[in-house]
Structures are given as C-alpha cells and as structure tokens.
Design a protein around this ligand. Structure first.
Ligand code: ATP
Ligand code: MG
Length: 433
C-alpha cells in the first residue's frame, strides 16, 4: 500500500486582519457572506480535509474563487492557514518555526505556476538551477543537475537561450525543469498548463504523467478543467466556496455527481473514455451452467428469459458461450448438454478496459460482452442496456428511459407464454444447484 505523504485536516483560511473574529463567526455557523459583512474577513477555505498518497497525482478542481490556490499554498504555508492541521510525511507543518519551515519547503516541495515566473534576463539553464543556487550548491554541480532536468522535460539544446526565445509551452517546460531540479519530490502545480494551446497542453499532461511515473513524484495539481483532471488520472478533489464538495475518481464523479455544481463540470466529458467496464457490468445476469441438459434448462428460460442466455462453466468462473431460446426449445435438443447446443462463443473484455474501446464489439454482440478480471475469471455481463444508461447518464430502472426491446416472435408458438414487453436482461435467473 502506498504511503501517505500529505494529510490535511479541518483546514480553515480566513483572509483579513480580523480573521479570528471571522473564525468565531464561522464556528458559530455563519456563512461566507455573513462573515465578511460582520468581520471583514474573507473565507478562503472552509474546513478542508483530504490526503495525498505517495506517487499519486491529486487534482484539486473548482471554479474561479473556489479556494484551489489557497489550498495549494497552505500546504507549504505560502498562505498561513487560520486553523486546522497539515501533516507532510508526519511532520505538522503548521507549527514549524520560520527556519525549519524554509528548510522543509526547500527539501519537500517544487512549485510550478501558470505564468512560468522565469527570470527574463537569465538563460534557461540559469533559471532552472536557481533553486540550487539559493541553496549554495557549487556552480558546476548545479549546472550539471540543471542540464539533466532540462533534458528530462525535452528542452535539450535550449539551455543557453533566454525565456523570450522560447514558446509558451517551452517556457512551461522550463518551469517544470526548475521544479524538478531541486529534487523535491512533491510537486505543487497551480494551473500549470492552463495558458497553453490545447495540443501543447495535452502533450505536457502526457509528459507530466510519464515523469511522475518514472521519477515517483507526488503531485498536487490545481485545475479548473475536468478533462485535464481525467487525463492526468488519479483522484479528484472538487471545491466550491472554499469547501470540498466531492472527492473521488473521475469515474465516481461522473457516475454519481454529488450535486448540480459537480454535474456541470462533467457535462462535456466523453464518459465512454472514462468509465471502465468493471463499473458498468451486470454482476447477476441470467446464466446457465454448461453441463445442464436442454430439458432442465428449458423451464428456466421458457417464460422469462432474453433471446439468448450466457453459458458458463459449472463453477461460474469462466464464460463459455451463449445459447438461444430457439435452440433450447428445438425438438432435437432434448438430452443434450448446453455446451453442445451453443450458438457461438461470447466476446470477452477486461474489467479495466474503458468503455470506448469495446463499443464496436458491443455493436456486434446482441447478448453483450463477458467481462473478466486479469485472471480471466468471469465478473459479469456488459449489456447494451447498461451501456446506453451510462452514456445517457441514467440508471437502469430509473424509468426515464426503457432499454428493453421487444423480441421478435421467432420463438415456437406453443411455448410462447411470455409477453415480449416484459423481457429484461436484468431478470434473476437462478442457477440450478
Ligand atoms: N490574499 C487574499 N486576500 C483576500 N482574499 C483572498 C486572498 N487570496 C484569495 N482570496 C479569496 O479567497 C477565495 C479563494 O481564492 P483562490 O485564489 O484560492 O481561488 P482559486 O480557486 O484559486 O481561483 P482561480 O481559479 O481564479 O485561481 C476567493 O474568494 C478569493 O477572493
Ligand atoms: Mg487559483
């Protein structure tokens, strides 16, 4: 299990000279506006708690003014929290004296800002090595390390140029190199890519992810863009008015947004590229064991099964194929095992695959796709109905949308006691012992 690097608990920030009056008001239940009216203090953070694990990218999101930068800056006390606890590697940051704080900042954090904050009259190498210069590292050593970082971010050969000779994207790479150069292993990044063109931005996101993996950095990344958060992967903390409204994976946020504020962030997102099959799968689909004989299977499917039923191994661990009602009900079926009557195999996909990659396959597979884990063990069935609900952002059974399609009347009429409109793939067909 990855180690916890940062633990933020109950952090409150009030800006203004009468912050402590504001704190009293907040503790008595006053809201942001009332606090400002009565004490002049601005509520920047309202009881924020979260943790960051070793080697993860945590994305702090929210609209402008929601408190993202304030939160990030509290971590290294560029902004002083008014109350609450911040522990980094077990050290309580809020009580460090000024000398210890400086040392701690230097050793622990690298920061990257939206506007690259490069010195215009220093070369890229001189900018990148600045942190080491401040630390008193010898010139040759700091240049060596600067060139290493410059190479890491893909700026090899640009070290002797001035920032003005580089494009915005390249300047941001230099900003990243500067943060990497000091060897601090927690990166704090505030809208670091927001000023970049979309394509360059995407490139930088990819690069950050690969750097973070290779260098085992822990990253806290502020963004107002859910698409960026999804691309960076990892967990998301969503803020509004200084408080956290929801925390979780992109999938969790898309599948169950806490409220309309969160939903608005998710509106333009292509859910099929985020949702993984494991989240969408029907874990209790109708299924039959392969060793069953047709005449024993028939009563189970006769009145209330879909047109095709999944066939699995007797231990339920592996999907084997599918059998149609037509076949089961056909005159020659009696006495035969299901594995001899199957209409074909069943398509499989991994639970960790994202939905988008299996959509073409699903289009060809009316019954659905058997979803398996990394050991090929059966987890459940991904049906078209489930997928359509996910894409429409409704839940099966919501009533907003009815996914069941009436089956054509191809079934032998003597057996046809079911009503087509009651057919649902979600019915609990029991597995005979
Ligand atoms: N130095 C300050 N003095 C007074 N109020 C401040 C100060 N810094 C931030 N605030 C207030 O705290 C709240 C949170 O601001 P913050 O800058 O953290 O938001 P943000 O989410 O980073 O926004 P943006 O996306 O625009 O960067 C806002 O209401 C802001 O006005
Ligand atoms: Mg900000």
């Amino acid at each position: 299990m990855p180690a916890e690097r940062i633990r933020v608990e109950g952090v409150i920030k009030l800006f203004g000279e009468r912050a402590h009056e504001g704190l009293d008001l907040l503790r008595k239940g006053a809201g942001k506006d009332a606090i400002r009216e009565r004490s002049g203090a601005v509520l920047g953070l309202d009881n924020v708690s979260f943790t960051v694990e070793e080697g993860e990218i945590l994305v702090v999101m929210g609209l402008s003014g929601s408190g993202k930068s304030t939160m990030l800056r509290c971590l290294n006390r560029l902004v002083e929290p008014t109350a609450g606890s911040i522990r980094v590697d077990g050290v309580e940051v809020t009580t460090l004296g000024s000398k210890a704080l400086r040392e701690f900042r230097r050793q622990t954090f690298g920061m990257v800002f939206q506007h690259f904050a490069l010195f215009p009259n220093r070369t890229i190498a001189e900018n990148v090595e600045y942190g080491l210069e401040v630390q008193g590292v010898a010139p040759a050593e700091r240049r060596r390390r600067a060139l290493e970082s410059i190479e890491l971010v893909g700026l090899r050969g640009w070290d002797a140029k001035l920032p003005s000779q580089l494009s915005g994207g390249m300047q941001q790479r230099a900003g990243l190199a500067r943060a990497l150069c000091v060897d601090a292993d927690i990166l704090l990044m505030d809208e670091a890519f927001s000023a970049l063109d979309p394509l360059i931005r995407r490139e930088m996101q990819d690069e950050l992810v690969s750097l973070q993996r290779n260098l085992r950095k822990t990253v806290v990344f502020v963004s107002h863009d859910l698409d960026e958060a999804i691309h960076l992967g990892g967990r998301i903390v969503l803020m509004r008015d200084g408080a956290i409204v929801q925390a979780g994976s992109a999938e969790e946020i898309l599948l169950a947004p806490a409220d309309d504020y969160v939903r608005r962030f998710a509106e333009h997102i292509d859910v099929s590229s985020v949702l993984t099959l494991g989240r969408l799968v029907d874990e209790t689909p109708p299924l039959l064991p392969e060793s069953l004989h047709a005449e024993d299977a028939w009563p189970l499917v006769e009145t209330r099964a879909p047109d095709e039923v999944l066939v699995v191994t007797c231990d339920r661990h592996m999907p084997v194929g599918r059998v149609s009602r037509d076949r089961l009900g056909a005159p020659g079926a009696r006495g035969r095992r299901l594995d001899a009557l199957m209409d074909g195999g069943i398509a499989r996909a991994r639970s960790t695959d994202v939905l988008r990659t299996v959509l073409p396959l699903l289009a060809r597979e009316p019954l659905g796709i058997a979803v398996v884990d990394e050991h090929n063990r059966f987890l459940g069935l991904l049906t078209r109905e489930r997928v359509l609900h996910a894409l429409a952002r409704t839940r099966p059974g919501d009533g907003e949308w009815n996914g069941s399609t009436p089956a054509p009347g191809a079934f032998p009429s003597s057996h046809s006691t079911r009503s087509a409109t009651t057919v649902s793939t979600g019915l609990p067909l029991t597995f005979p012992a």
